[in-house]
Design a protein around this ligand. Sequence first.
Ligand code: GDP
Ligand code: IMO
Ligand code: MG
Length: 423
Amino acid sequence: MTVTAVVGAQWGDEGKGRIIDYLAQQADVVIRFQGGDNAGHTVINEYGKHALHLVPSGIFNPATQNIIGSGCVVNPQSLLAEMASLEEVGVSLDNLWISTRAQMAMPYHRRLDELEEKARGKDTIGTTKRGIGPAYSDKSARSGLRIGDLLQPEWLEARLDNALRTINRKLDILGGEAVDGLELYGLLMTYREELGGRIVDTMPMTRRSIEIDAAILLEGQLGVMRDLDWGIYPYVTSSNPTAAFANSGAGLPARSINQVVGVVKAYSTAVGEGPFPTELFDDDGQKLRDIGNEYGATTGRPRRCGWFDGVAIGYAAWLNGMTGLAITKLDVLDHFDTLKICTGYRLSSGEIITDSMPDTPVLYHVTPIYESWEGWLVSTEDCRHWHDLPKQARAYIHRLSELAGVKVDFVSVGPEREQMFAV
Ligand code: GDP
Ligand code: IMO
Ligand code: MG
């Protein structure tokens, strides 16, 4: 049995989508276990370029079952738009399933996300404004609607009435327009029409997959530094992207995962607010953004760029129980004569930290300690084996692996499916 969790090891956008697309060529099942359409997982293959938001990145393999798991929040409208764009290029959606237990992200969640961000003023979180925080808040408050409710019209109507009692008050306080329940119910009925056949209790599927030793991939969204509990709270998302939560969000027993692949860029990027110790404000930062095309796949925002953070990777590796690393975007570093790696943080007290992440208010004031590495200044884009890489690149990767305390399983040297190899 192989159950492999593929998780973001940094601040998100590490290249999880392309790693899943590559691994899914051999996978029976791919399950998204948390998050919603705040995700933008870019996949480039024979079907062109797609930034997937909710559809699991295994969708391009017609033999793979793709499940949007119970831990997700699903905006049906955005899912339908994504499905249409995939169908347009001939991708089969026959094996796309949505858990009845997944929460529904509603139009009013998006509106609340916008209004709440506005109300935060200068203390904005920089969310993707996809309604993720409000949808998970309603889940915890037990006033959320679930995707499976679409199949039970009377129950749905009652749940919607119940939800709107508080939602409309919240909207009023924040200066938003009240939601018309009848109109929204009508819209939900169209979603039922269009998605109904894909909404299933996914537990029998996952259970059977385990029983027959199927190869299962658990696709994480975002990365550990934006984890609700372990990230840079409050500048986090409202779910848990770490592997420990993957079983629950996917509907698998706690002991089922046997591999955890941490996806990690060869440098650092982040979108949204919060402390980001290795952020560069100089020409090197701009160069990483330009060469790496570091603009958000969901919101188009320029990503903040910086050197590789060895403290954050050590933390991510331990917390996730990583068994291997997938290092992406190595090719972006082809153009630098000197590279830096952060190996520790100096606190304002002078103390040096290497093996834990200080909490948010402290993290704002740390000074990264860097070591310098020689660049390779040749293209790695056509490398397909470990020994094709220049020796400086191998040494650089060795160092990343050492700081993580985890072996390297994969290296990618370009965005296309074949620009990647197992080590
Ligand atoms: P995800 O959210 O973790 O799936 O990552 P994103 O798709 O948001 O961001 C990763 C970006 O880097 C996408 O534009 C990918 O096409 C691109 N990418 C992934 N791997 C590589 C790589 O090895 N080299 C280059 N140059 N681009 C890559
Ligand atoms: P993938 O899966 C990068 C960031 C937002 C913000 C914080 C909270 O493509 O890696 P949210 O909308 O979730 O309430 O925003 O998290 N964020 C992401 N950053 N990649 C993502 O997804 C992200 N999803 C959310 O910028 O800082
Ligand atoms: Mg992304």
